[in-house]
Design a protein around this ligand. Sequence first.
Ligand code: HEC
Length: 91
Amino acid sequence: MKWFSVGWLILLIIAFYYSCGPKKEAKKIDAKALVAQKCSICHAADRINNKPRSQREWAIVVKRMRIINPRLLTPEEASLMTRYFQENLSK
Ligand code: HEC
């Protein structure tokens, strides 16, 4: 009986792990699509990944692009994008 419930517990953990996985991936794709859609209005993508930037520099870049074009991103989109750059493109 004890082993039976341990089995269920493991199954539950695995199910939880997999139910969390795809959501993270979707967030990543969202941010990537957002960059392609919003940031290519004024310059090519190579302007964005032409050099490695620190996490702090990414935050500054996104802030500066929002100053140039205040209606480009909502606060949520800006923080999503900043996090995406920091997690995927930081030096
Ligand atoms: C309204 C037009 C416009 C949009 C939209 C725009 N940019 Fe820019 N971007 C510029 C201009 C102009 C420059 C050059 C001046 C500067 O660096 O401030 C620039 C420069 C940059 C640079 C180089 C800065 C450096 O220090 O090397 C990066 C990186 C960048 N943009 C990223 C982005 C990202 C990411 C987005 C999407 C959130 C974006 N841009 C959207 C106009 C824009």
